[in-house]
Design a protein around this ligand. Sequence first.
Ligand SMILES: [Zn+2]
Length: 118
Amino acid sequence: MKARIFIEYNNCNMKIVYNNIIPFEGFAAINLFGIFFVRKNVIISDRLINHESIHTAQMKETLFIFFYIWYIIEWLIKFVPYGGEAYYNLSFEREAYQNAENKDYLKNRKLFSFLKYL
Ligand SMILES: [Zn+2]
């Protein structure tokens, strides 16, 4: 069956692509290079949009590729003390989770703020 794909923009200018291909089945959504891929029938909240918009800001200031390199290296380092909880202790994730409720966070955020969450 052909996947129906549509794109919409929210007030944060986040590009959202609803589809049945990315991410793989079993996952709800993934932010790839600033484009938010969401599986069809997944309900996305403002909080999640804000979380992903914070990641997009982090990606832009790290020229995208360094976001992914940093993300993997920090995950490997933090896996030692945190194990399965390493994901929640990444600086990128800490910043995104701790500020996801604050809709104005990105308006006042300073460059490289994720470093404060290391
Ligand atoms: Zn995240």
